[in-house]
Design a protein around this ligand. Structure first.
Ligand SMILES: [Zn+2]
Ligand SMILES: [Zn+2]
Length: 286
């Protein structure tokens, strides 16, 4: 429920730092935790997107809600999207249940990737010792449904592979695309067609949250590293008719001052775009 009493889809940015956490006084505004987002659907559905160290912030907000089911969907299993799994206090509470869903990459399912990380020698507490109910599922082709949230997937260019997702909330006719770890300049015609369709259909998404790790100049120097430039992201939004864009996967060395400067440039090109700030709650659409 939104503040005006209308049903709404709400998004919490737990963290949107890319590659590694960034710590220090220069990282207060945009945050230093890596990617983890929480979507709360109009019927109260809870969907977590990726489990980077921002999962700590997400778990803190979940802890304020009624205990119950949470679905966690993974874009891929690079560590910056997984590191928050080690320290989630809700995994040690029996009234919570987490369903982890993800694609298979490098012959590893979500279950294999997660249970390998939550075990020695990487972590002292095994997932088997966690008292919350933990379930694992392979992402089926065509995506999944979480209550009234329809989650559709699309493979995107990234070393080792990654998936973007579109979430449509039928309860409030609102949608969001989440595309972290995508290198737009490495796309094939098939990638391009599939991703633009995801953004556009059945109607342009109300919000695009996307990997804008680089400025255009740096992106050229790091071709093949798996990330897009802010300029690429704005071009995608403009090509698909998406008006609101939240740029993320901020480079670990980009401090608040650099990101504020980048945001000023971005807003000149596209007034509906902004850089993601950790801790921010947004109401999508409406
Ligand atoms: Zn990443
Ligand atoms: Zn990655």
């Amino acid at each position: 429920m939104g503040i005006d009493g209308k049903m709404s889809l709400r998004l919490l940015i737990g963290g949107m730092r890319g590659s590694q956490p960034a710590i220090g006084s220069g990282f207060d505004e945009f945050g230093g935790d890596t990617t983890s987002l929480l979507l709360v659907g109009s019927r109260g559905e809870r969907l977590v997107l990726d489990a980077g160290t921002g999962l700590r912030i997400v778990a803190g907000q979940l802890a304020l809600m009624e205990p119950g089911e949470v679905t966690v969907v993974f874009s891929h299993y690079h560590l910056d999207h997984m590191a928050g799994l080690t320290m989630n206090p809700l995994f040690h509470q029996s009234d919570w249940s987490f369903k982890f869903v993800g694609p298979t990459f490098a012959d590893s399912t979500a279950q294999e990737a997660i249970t390998r990380l939550l075990a020695q020698p990487y972590w002292p507490i095994s997932w088997k010792q966690m008292t919350a109910k933990l379930e694992f599922a392979k992402l089926p082709m065509g995506g999944i449904e979480v209550g009234g949230l329809r989650v559709r997937e699309c493979p995107v260019p990234h070393p080792g592979g990654a998936f973007a997702y579109r979430i449509d909330d039928s309860g409030c006719d609102t949608s969001m695309v989440f595309a972290t770890d995508i290198e737009w300049k490495q796309r094939t015609p098939a990638n391009e067609a599939a991703f633009l369709t995801l953004c556009r259909e059945p109607s342009p998404a109300d919000l695009l949250v996307i990997d804008a790790h680089f400025g255009d100049v740096d992106q050229k120097a790091f071709a093949g590293w798996g990330h897009s430039s802010r300029e690429d992201c704005l071009a995608i939004a403009s090509a698909t008719g998406i008006e609101k864009v939240l740029l993320g996967h901020h480079a670990p060395e980009a401090d608040d001052e650099k990101l504020r400067a980048a945001e000023r440039q971005v807003k000149q090109l596209s007034p509906g775009a902004a850089l993601a700030r950790a801790g921010q709650w947004l109401t999508i659409g409406g």
